[in-house]
Ligand binder design. Structure first.
Ligand SMILES: O=C(O)CC[C@@H](O)C(=O)O
Ligand SMILES: [Zn+2]
Length: 468
């Protein structure tokens, strides 16, 4: 851990007065834990960690930061993959762990109020207890917090049916960079009274203000979710499978992963292959299996795909345990491959162009770095693929990341050509900011900077994220 960047004594005292002595931490372990997210690229170096308990305390911290020009970094579950919540430059980290209350559930509106530090799984369980469902889900649901999910507009594995976090935010309380508290949209379904400022803060990575409370929508519980895993010989066939199923059924998920990804997961987790047949890729489909006709239809479509040669083999879950195990083949990939210090890209284009896009990206990486192993997986149903390049053992971490940075330039030239996104769901943070111009025009970036100026004129809110 680096030396503690010093905070002026007056600021430290003021922080202690705002949140209490025991809610300001300066020790190495806390600075290392709370100063970073799941990205392994930057060394954490915050000057202090503060744990507010109330919205007013957050407001007082932001006002103090403005007065003394102190940079603040918000910290939720720190599961981000773009270094959006990294404090590498002596910033004060504002951690929301003590703001984790759920309240004001309304069964008619089907909304519930969450403080920023509510963990995603906590909300999912709460919804279930009310006979309802919070559908935004991903592998890190056990640690990610609602405030972070909103600030990154988290997506996950059910976007094809339920959309992203943005679609579930009915109201938002934010402390802006000016230190104002704004209460946006008030949980309303219809509200066309001027600009919808709520949307600006969703996905803003804490650069305009800190989300302190959100009114979240809940949905009806899905019935008898059932997964199909299908082995597909080539990538283009995945699109035929997607078309075939979507033309006749509502899917709750359509994900994919490669044989290489499957081999790694099966070797490192307590899981079996879905079937013995090897295929280059696998599609994981999920649907509500509410009656015999639906199941029969799924089987008919599966057989049609086999006859066409788009699918080599497949299996369908028959119990919740089997459903969960099939899901783990997909959801455990990210954690499994983390031991190879992967270089991550989270890219998208329109769904129809994904096969050509993926072929071009793979060709460029293979040509320039033939000894790099590529692991493909992702959310094919919404045009978002994850490209993970694994670090070869013999290459040092910093050399590897430098080489990958060069690779990224080529990858993002292809992204630009396909009018895609350099960050489909993980946000820009620090890792992707150099590449923002590949998917945002100069005018767009200039407008974003003007918006930042309006809400955070002194640049204290998560500076150095999204752009400099
Ligand atoms: O680790 C990754 O590259 C992706 C993580 C996550 O977005 C997923 O879809 O599993
Ligand atoms: Zn993902």
């Amino acid at each position: 851990m680096s030396e503690i960047p010093t905070l002026p004594a007056a600021v430290l005292n003021a922080l202690q007065q705002i949140v209490g002595d025991d809610k300001v931490r300066l020790d190495d372990e806390s600075r290392s834990t709370f100063g970073k997210d799941w990205t392994k690229v930057y060394a954490p170096s915050p000057s202090a960690i503060v744990f507010p308990k109330t919205i007013e305390q957050v407001q007082a911290i932001v006002r103090l930061a403005n007065e003394h020009h102190i940079a603040l970094v918000p910290s939720g579950g720190r599961t981000g993959l773009s270094a959006g919540a990294v404090a590498a430059n002596g910033e004060v980290v504002v951690a929301f762990d003590y703001m984790s209350q759920i309240s004001d559930f309304d069964p008619v509106d089907r909304t519930v109020v969450c403080q920023a530090g509510v963990i995603t799984e906590q909300l999912q369980i709460y919804a279930e207890e009310q006979g309802l469902y919070y559908p935004v889900d991903f592998a890190s649901s056990g640690s990610s917090q609602i405030g972070g999910n909103i600030s990154t507009n988290a997506g996950g594995i059910k976007v094809i049916k339920y959309g992203m976090t943005r679609d579930w935010v009915a109201g938002l309380k934010v402390v802006t960079g000016n230190g104002d508290i704004v209460d946006l949209n008030r949980g309303l379904m219809k509200n066309n009274a001027g600009y919808d400022l709520r949307q600006l803060f969703i996905g803003a990575e804490g650069t305009l203000g800190f989300v302190v409370e959100a009114t979240m929508r809940l949905s009806r519980q899905p019935g008898n979710l059932t997964a199909l895993v299908l082995g597909v010989p080539e990538f283009s066939a995945i699109m035929e499978v997607l078309n075939t199923f979507q033309a006749e059924m509502d899917l709750t998920a359509f994900e994919f992963f490669s044989e290489k990804a499957l081999q790694k997961v099966v070797a490192h987790q307590d899981l079996q292959r879905p079937f013995e047949t090897e295929a280059e890729f696998y599609a994981l489909l999920e649907f509500e299996n509410n009656n015999e006709e639906t199941e029969a239809l799924a089987m008919t479509l599966f057989e049609r795909c086999m006859e066409e040669g788009w699918v080599l083999d497949g299996t369908m879950s028959q119990s919740i345990e089997q459903l969960n195990n099939l899901w783990r083949l997909r959801e455990d990939i990210s954690e499994t491959i983390s031991q190879w210090t992967p270089y991550k890209n989270d890219i998208s284009t329109v769904i129809s162009k994904i096969p050509d896009f993926l072929t071009e990206v793979e060709a460029v990486v293979n040509k320039e770095y033939p000894d790099f192993e590529i692991i493909w997986f992702g959310h094919i149903g919404d045009g978002n693929v994850h490209l993970n390049i694994l670090k070869p053992d013999h290459v040092a971490k910093d050399v590897f990341f430098e080489q990958c940075h060069v690779v990224s330039t080529w990858v993002f030239e292809i992204v630009e050509k396909y009018r895609g996104s350099v960050s489909a769901e993980h946000g820009v943070g620090m890792t992707k900011k150099a590449f923002l111009p590949y998917s945002r025009s100069e005018t767009e970036i200039a407008l974003m900077k003007q918006v930042k100026q309006v809400f955070d004129p002194n640049g204290v809110m998560n500076p150095g994220k999204i752009f400099d």
